[in-house]
Write a protein that binds this ligand. Structure first.
Ligand SMILES: Cc1cc2nc3c(=O)[nH]c(=O)nc-3n(C[C@H](O)[C@H](O)[C@H](O)COP(=O)(O)OP(=O)(O)OC[C@H]3O[C@@H](n4cnc5c(N)ncnc54)[C@H](O)[C@@H]3O)c2cc1C
Length: 669
């Protein structure tokens, strides 16, 4: 059992083992090695043995500990409800007016679990394998295995809460298939899975709020992290209704604040999703893992105008039955889709990937859509679209069955485009959707700042360089219901924390910094709106650090982002005051952070000269145009350290080792 001692989280600190500086593309200025503290022993036993070795907190002592949780989406609400139920004093913060408005509510397609209810060859090991392969071998084996293990409990937990998963005629839970796999392991509630799961977590949270175990702070935005002697001890937050800036002290801080796809301005994320909480923590010392790993989802409604502010997802579940095609001939792109005969259509995914067909992983489907559109075979305005066609499915399953499975998605599509997709094919195009990057965390989900944990999409996640569909809800709920409620108490049981209050100099300094930043944004007397700068940043990122990236495009972006940032701070116009509800001020603060994060994303993308998953460097592709990894040089997690506003960030590496899965070129043929 000696290996179990590896679970002692207080040993988790950034190992500052400086390796001689090797400048690589001008990005990193030092190289340090990170230890993820993955327990040794057989992979099937790592998590159980680790849990067994965890220290517990006596029930009578739990109420003495105050836990601050920022975020009440799936990860945050699940963690708050569970830790509240265990008896801790939980304070949960959200900038939304209710936990039900978290972006998680938008998730459509489903949640994976290795239940093997279909008896189609699924197992924990297969889900583990699919996740590591889907992530193009840039995820940790230990974490991915644990995620697959826990997945089976998540479904039981949610069913017990009353989540109305789809069921078959006999009453058994239904499943469907998602990209990158050949089994049907995705549980769903029509096209509203996130909504139903969030309502389940919300009910559990409300129960703890009513019991007095959780104090909810809605409409409160965390704007800084407070660390004392290098240990997280609290946050500074702004009451969005009154503008009051207040400090909150705790024994531990959890960030479950979602992803940062809105750096691209146009994305499928909720408009308010942002990076501020994790970026502020990064500036206070938490390393940022794989910032350039972003996911571009293949099935979104194409952009239709310059002033559009949001993109809408059409769930991946549609690829179960919808067939993707473009006309074989460029001249046919203006013809009505239904007039193009079968023999003149190119079902390019089925042609190129016969084993997986339309259900290849997202990165592969997105790149192929871009490729056929770049060839001039895209359909719709600007040629930025491919067809997703249900004609064959309606013929095979009947209209009523298709309506029952996907009805609300067809309705969303019709409301936005005016087209009835039962009659004409949908038009879809890739769009920014999910971020695999985030705060670097060890096996316990603790960041490099002791006492600061990150869960859900906010951490750099178990997904590697590409997330498989329906695995984000799985990860958020795994973190929230199962992992954090075990690892946070273990930390509390071991930590020796002095009593502090908000009069401590570190809180005073952080509050002053928050006020200084707010006032600086209000003082600027320029002409540009926050949105106009954000839109420009988004376009810059999409063009240069989007679906395809090259050394040239990344250097171009790295030249322009600092200029845009400077222009923002000089010329942005934020109306109103800080002592009132001021959404333009809120937005300005978030865009200021996106302007810094964008630079780190490009730095990371530039240094990683290989392609992997969603990170496609045009210089590194196979003869067939697939992502070509460079395992000899890049088989690691890149975790970046903030060194100051005008200094290059420092690169730390967590080497990835593969003992169970053979590193291989991914193939979905
Ligand atoms: C349209 C769409 C459909 C999707 N469908 C699926 C699907 O079918 N299956 C799947 O597995 N995944 C899906 N995903 C991905 C999945 O929904 C997300 O990854 C997941 O819901 C993220 O949950 P979370 O708890 O980490 O964060 P979120 O749900 O984004 O919650 C973040 C929380 O943090 C709070 N917050 C953030 N910053 C601050 C701050 N500074 N101060 C205070 N509070 C803050 C917010 O108020 C919110 O409560 C989809 C994503 C999109 C965009």
């Amino acid at each position: 059992m000696g290996a179990l001692n590896e679970c002692n989280m207080l040993d988790t600190k950034v190992e500052k083992r400086a390796i001689p500086a090797v400048e690589q593309n001008g990005a990193p200025n030092e190289r340090n090695v990170l230890d993820a503290k993955i327990p040794s022993g057989p992979i099937e036993q790592k998590w159980d043995r680790c849990r067994f070795d965890m220290k517990l907190v006596n029930p009578a002592n739990r109420r003495k500990h105050k836990i601050l949780i920022v975020g009440s989406g799936l990860a945050g609400a699940a963690a708050a409800a569970t830790l509240g139920e265990q008896g801790y004093q939980v304070h949960c913060f959200s900038f939304h007016d209710t936990p039900r408005r978290a972006h998680s509510i938008a998730a459509q397609g489903g949640i994976n679990a290795a239940k093997n209810y279909r008896n189609d060859g699924d197992s924990i090991y297969r889900l583990f394998l699919d996740t590591v392969k889907g992530g193009d071998f840039r995820a940790r084996e230990g974490n991915s295995y644990r995620l697959a293990q826990v997945s089976v409990h998540i479904i039981d937990q949610c069913v017990a809460q009353g989540v109305p998963f789809a069921r078959d005629y006999g009453g058994l839970l239904e499943t469907r298939s998602f990209g990158g796999v050949q089994v049907e392991r995705t549980f769903y509630a029509r096209g509203q899975t996130g909504q139903q799961l969030l309502l389940g977590a919300y009910q559990a949270l409300e129960q703890q709020i009513a019991a007095g175990a959780v104090t909810m702070h809605p409409r409160t935005e965390m704007l800084d992290l407070v660390a004392i002697d290098g240990v997280a001890r609290g946050i500074v937050a702004r009451d969005l209704r009154t503008g009051a800036v207040r400090s909150h002290v705790g024994d531990v801080v959890l960030l479950c604040t979602g992803g940062y796809s809105n750096v691209f301005y146009l994305s499928t994320n909720a408009k308010a999703s942002n990076c501020t909480a994790i970026w502020r923590a990064h500036r206070r010392g938490a390393l940022f893992g794989n910032p350039c790993f972003t996911q571009i989802h293949p099935t979104c409604i194409p952009q239709s105008g310059e002033y559009q502010s949001k993109l809408v997802l059409m769930s991946e579940s549609l690829r179960n039955d919808g067939r993707i095609w473009v006309p074989k001939k460029k001249e046919d792109t203006r013809r009505r889709a239904n007039d193009i005969p079968e023999s003149e259509r190119d079902y390019y995914l089925e042609r190129r990937y016969p084993s997986f067909g339309n259900l290849v992983p997202r990165d592969v489907a997105s790149r192929n859509a871009k490729e056929v559109c770049d060839e001039g075979r895209g359909v719709g305005p600007g040629g930025h679209g491919v067809y997703l066609d249900f004609r064959e499915a309606i013929g095979r399953l009947g209209l009523d069955n298709v309506r029952e499975k996907y009805g609300n998605l067809f309705e969303i599509y019709e409301r936005i485009t005016g087209d009835n997709a039962y009659d004409v094919p949908m038009r879809i195009y890739p769009a920014p959707h999910y971020t695999m990057g985030g705060l670097w965390v060890d096996y316990h989900l603790m960041t490099t700042i002791p006492g600061l944990f990150a869960g859900g999409e906010a951490n750099f996640s178990d997904q590697g360089a590409n997330r498989l569909g329906a695995s984000a809800l799985m990860q958020g709920l795994s973190d929230g219901y199962f992992i954090l409620p075990a690892t946070v108490p273990n930390y509390l049981a071991r930590a020796k924390l002095e009593r502090v209050d908000t009069s401590h100099a570190a809180f005073r300094e952080a509050e002053a910094e928050v006020r200084r930043r707010t006032q600086a944004l209000l003082k600027s007397d320029g002409r540009r709106t926050v949105d106009s700068v954000h839109r420009e940043l988004g376009r810059l990122m999409w063009d240069n650090c989007g679906m395809a990236r090259s050394e040239e495009s990344l250097r171009r972006a790295l030249g322009k982002i600092p200029e845009l940032r400077e222009e923002f701070h000089k010329t942005v116009r934020v109306l109103g005051t800080e002592e009132e509800l001021n959404q333009s001020l809120e937005k300005a603060g978030r865009v200021a952070d996106f302007l810094e994060l964008a630079e780190l994303m490009c730095t990371d993308a530039l240094h990683r000269t290989e392609s992997c998953g969603g990170h496609f460097r045009v210089e590194s592709q196979t003869p067939e145009g697939e992502a070509k990894r460079d395992d000899a040089n890049f088989c690691y997690v890149a975790a970046w350290e903030w060194k100051g506003a005008d200094r290059a960030p420092a690169l730390h590496k967590e080497p990835l080792t593969f003992e169970h899965i053979l590193l291989a070129q991914r193939s979905y043929k």
